[in-house]
Design a protein around this ligand. Structure first.
Ligand SMILES: O=C(O)c1cc(C(=O)O)oc(=O)c1
Length: 305
């Protein structure tokens, strides 16, 4: 795969997002976003499944300020494999306003883990989405989870709803807090109170250590409307799913923009309108304070929470 040729159909992040109408609470955290490269400085991994556009830390921090967030949690994107340099560089130069989630292999040394911790990393990501990665065997992941538990870190998992039954025992065994990306990617064509999403909610009920990112409506939505052209009540079909989780587990939910939105080919949302989506899923100031401030601070800046 060539270094600089974007994957066909790739949509670049929105260049001039609206100002959100929703006033975010003081200290709000964008708890899921990425940096891509820039490729000239931080080349993408040889084993990547897609080649994105560049999305630098400066561009991420400008978006943070524009949208009204105070901090970022930068999640290692799969296009960088287990080379965490771009994410680490962004965390280190953020003036304490960014923390990170890394991808590591079992060969990582204790000293490397310590360096990641000092840079601001507080979690590792395990990815089970086959279009994004060659999935790592569970025994290797378990070993990594046990090592990072000693650092007080947590595990972030990305999987698709149909894989939950198979992953269930593994998720239950993890010794750390476990954060599920993008609600475990439910099929929102099914009912929010139907069996598929019910299984995910049951896992949350049974596992006090399980957290959920109620993010990525733009990926999950089938019928929109899209967060574009001033639409401030976007992705109506995702609302019942996210709202259920927020209301049932208000102290174990996180939200993030997912900027720069890897692998979107249908439409690229306006991030300002995406922030306004939050008002639909966390309708009260108290719920929004938990979602955007209290919860991410407990997980990523516990010394300040
Ligand atoms: O659904 C995706 O394509 C996607 C990809 C990545 C990544 O490549 O890291 O991260 C995400 O949060 C979502």
């Amino acid at each position: 795969m060539s270094l600089s040729v974007k994957t066909p159909g790739w949509l670049d992040w929105h260049p001039w997002p609206a100002k959100p109408v929703l006033q975010l609470p003081e200290g709000a955290v964008d708890a899921h976003c990425h940096v891509f490269g820039p490729a000239a400085e931080f080349p993408f991994a040889a084993e990547r499944k897609y080649t994105p556009c560049d999305a630098s830390k400066q561009q991420l921090f400008a978006l943070r300020d524009h949208l009204g967030f105070s901090r970022n949690v930068i999640v290692q994107a799969t296009c960088h494999g287990a080379d965490n340099r771009a994410m680490v560089d962004a965390c280190k130069t953020s003036g304490g306003k960014a923390r990170g989630v890394a991808t590591v292999r079992r060969s990582i040394t204790d000293q490397e883990l310590q360096e990641l911790h000092l840079a601001g990393v507080r979690g590792v990501r395990f990815n089970f989405v086959k279009r994004l990665v060659d999935v790592t065997p569970q025994d290797e992941l378990q070993e990594i989870a046990e090592r990072i538990a000693a650092w007080g870190w947590h595990v972030v998992v990305y999987f698709e709803a149909q894989d939950l039954p198979e992953l269930w025992p593994f998720l239950r065994r993890l010794p750390t807090p476990v954060v599920v990306d993008h609600m475990g990617r439910p099929d929102v064509g099914q009912a929010a109170d139907g069996p598929e999403f019910g299984m995910f909610l049951q896992l949350m009920h049974e596992s006090d250590n399980l957290w959920c990112k109620v993010s990525c409506p733009e990926r999950l939505s089938l019928t929109g409307p899209q967060a574009l052209h001033g639409e401030r009540r976007a992705y109506q079909d995702v609302v019942p799913f996210a709202r259920r989780v927020v209301e049932a587990f208000p102290s174990r939910v996180l939200w993030g923009t997912d900027w720069p939105h890897p692998n979107l080919k249908g439409h690229m949302p306006d991030d300002g309108l995406l922030v306004d989506f939050i008002a639909q899923i966390a309708p009260t100031p108290a719920l929004r304070h938990q979602l955007l401030v209290d919860n991410p601070m407990r997980l990523y800046w516990p010394e300040e929470a």
